[in-house]
Design a protein around this ligand. Structure first.
Ligand SMILES: [Zn+2]
Length: 279
């Protein structure tokens, strides 16, 4: 009997299975989701636009970074004077950003192209915001170039909305000497063969891909300490991790210690040298 009661209490306990109603801050519609789904960074939890916790946190971060408060995207003012750049942003929110700002979503392999490791020819400058959500873990090393190039794309005071999977501590760089490499399939497994800049051959197995095997290779697993170092070195203030909950928008990071989206502001060299970068 006691066992039965315990079981019933567990299955009806309030938390994970509870249905939560929220207003999606991307499409503006009201939606329902279980807390379990809502708190899953990558799970679709808006029935209308198929937004995830990560997408909603990214847009909420942009709202805080640009306007200093939490506004749903449909309620953003139309500000064509504000220029924004997305690095392979999801269509779920890119369409809404196009309606509000002078915003260009860019891609590594298709037009409009932008390779964040090489922006010398890029027609994008003086941006008010840049969004890179779950992109930098795939950028070819050394990744500090990508942080510096985002700073170069931004005006001083501009907002960098950023997310990657991360752990506490230091970054695990999977292929630190990556130079001239290819990925082949061998016996049903993917193998990366690299020739280093000084001519050594390296071979890596057990590759991690995001979005399915063979799609987007994970180059590193960031550590938070190193992330902060990258921001500072590139000319940003310390990042603000968006770890607070915004229940009205279905943003709930309860139980999540890492991999939470963040924003950082571009500062000028003087501020940087004075060490006024922290929030
Ligand atoms: Zn939605």
């Amino acid at each position: 009997m006691n066992q039965l009661i315990t079981t019933v209490e567990r299955t009806t306990s309030p938390d994970d299975s509870a249905s939560i109603r929220f207003r999606c801050n991307i499409c503006g519609d009201y939606s329902r989701s279980s807390l379990q789904t809502l708190r899953n960074r990558e799970a679709v939890s808006c029935e209308t636009c198929r937004s995830t916790l990560r997408f909603r946190a990214v847009i909420n971060g942009l709202s805080i970074g640009l306007f200093g408060r939490q506004i749903a995207l449909p309620d953003f003012p139309i500000r064509r004077d504000l220029k924004g750049i997305g690095l392979s942003d999801s269509d779920v929110y890119a369409k809404g950003l196009e309606q509000k700002f002078t915003y260009t979503n860019t891609f590594l392999h298709t037009s409009p192209r932008l390779d964040i490791t090489d922006i010398d020819a890029a027609p994008f400058k003086e941006a008010d915001f840049v969004i890179a959500s779950d992109v930098f873990e795939h950028v070819q090393p050394p990744v500090d170039i990508a942080f510096k190039n985002v700073r170069r794309l931004l005006k001083t005071g501009g907002v960098f909305v950023f997310s990657v999977p991360y752990v506490p501590g230091t970054t695990a760089e999977h292929f630190p000497d990556l130079h001239d490499y290819k990925i082949d399939s061998r016996d049903g497994r993917f193998v990366l063969t690299n020739t280093t800049i000084d001519g050594r051959t390296q071979e890596f197995q057990d590759l991690v891909f995001h979005g399915g095997p063979g799609s987007t290779l994970e180059m590193r697993l960031f550590g938070f300490t190193d992330l902060v170092r990258h921001f500072r070195a590139a000319g940003f203030g310390d990042p603000t991790v968006l770890s607070f909950n915004a229940a009205q928008f279905g943003i709930d990071f309860t139980g999540e210690a890492c991999s939470i989206p963040m924003i950082a502001h571009a500062i000028d060299g003087l501020e940087q040298s004075r060490g006024q970068a922290s929030y």
